[in-house]
Design a binder for this molecule. Structure first.
Ligand code: ZN
Length: 134
């Protein structure tokens, strides 16, 4: 999430709370549409602006289909893509919501570059040859 992402969200939401549609302005909080306890990340595609009280009322529940459809419609054509696990949840079979989200979150983790591999030095420093005494 960057400041630009938040600005784009504010414009797309018309300065209104995603949940109650009342003006929210500078008091907006960032709500994870898929809650963090389900693996929801800070990816802008998983964040909406909401009143603190609306954010708390939603709590740690997964969004329903109507909510996801509303988000998709709101973000269509914008530079904020829908977070893929939200689409997986939208298309999950009845009773399979939690497992669909878990699988999609795991798939994203597998795609992410491994920080260990990408930061490893290309060549290990060679030990210097011991100095030979006379
Ligand atoms: Zn609200």
């Amino acid at each position: 999430m960057t400041r630009d992402d938040a600005t784009v969200m504010d414009i797309l939401q018309g300065g209104r709370c995603f949940y109650c549609d009342a003006p929210v302005g500078a008091k907006a909080t960032f709500d994870h549409v898929i809650p963090q306890c389900y693996g929801g990340t800070d990816d802008p595609g998983n964040i909406v602006l909401a009143h603190r009280r609306c954010n708390q009322r939603k709590a740690d529940r997964l969004p329903d289909s109507d909510t996801i459809d509303r988000l998709i419609a709101m973000r269509r054509g914008s530079r904020i893509a829908i977070w893929p696990p939200l689409l997986a949840l939208r298309h999950a079979a009845p009773g399979q919501a939690e497992i669909a989200v878990a699988r999609a979150v795991a798939a994203l983790r597998d795609l992410a570059p491994s920080p260990v591999a990408s930061s490893a030095p290309t060549a290990a420093p060679q030990p210097s040859a011991p100095q030979r005494g006379r």
